[in-house]
Design a protein around this ligand. Sequence first.
Ligand code: FDM
Ligand code: MG
Length: 231
Amino acid sequence: PTDASTRRGAFIVFEGCDRAGKSTQAAKLVEYLQKRHKQPSLKSLGVGVGETFTNNLKESETMTDKAKVAQLWKFPDRTTHIGKMIDGYLKNTKDLDDHVVHLLFSANRWECMTAIKNILLSGTTLVVDRYAYSGVAFSAAKDLDINWCKSSDIGLLTPDIVFFMDLEPEEAVKRGGYGKERYEKLEFQKKARKIFLDLKDSSWKVLDARQTIPELHQQIFETAEENNLII
Ligand code: FDM
Ligand code: MG
């Protein structure tokens, strides 16, 4: 039996190329975790055996409670000072050296590490849309040395599981095409996907992202459950 009050939250990452469905599935997983989470019953707390109680939580309390169960995060986090520099680069309003951009993406993770650690330790599960694998795949796709790319992320918290949403970039293009951001180009995405697949380790679950949204969602929560990541 698991106990939300003593157990740390799970660190779940979604990775993949653009338009593979990461954001959709990450949001659906968070919603699933929040809905399926059961409040400890009053009885189990040793109160009023045999009596009935009504749940009179206000909407605001329910929201706070949901955020305590699971939260959705995303990298790059474009809201920080570093994130704003990254955003300008991706939107082509600012040019930066490839090495500098790589280090900014990495620093954007580092600046969140204390917060992430504390949230996990408080028992909240984090579902994170992109992480250090994206950092390596997209920078190495520009022919930066792969070991140099990996080095700035050494020491970051390791995810419990990585769902890699695998989709051929040719298929991704058919999904309404890419936007206008710097990396949203077919040849570049193909290069990044190859590098992603070389980064696969034992924490990875590679999903065929051509499946429907409900099919993928089911595979994802079942896999999370099998891996004991759901409280
Ligand atoms: N990206 C994302 C990187 O190049 N390095 C990183 O470390 C991360 C987290 O940023 F093309 C790339 C991947 C993508 C772009 O990401 C913006 P979103 O998920 O589309 O916002
Ligand atoms: Mg994008």
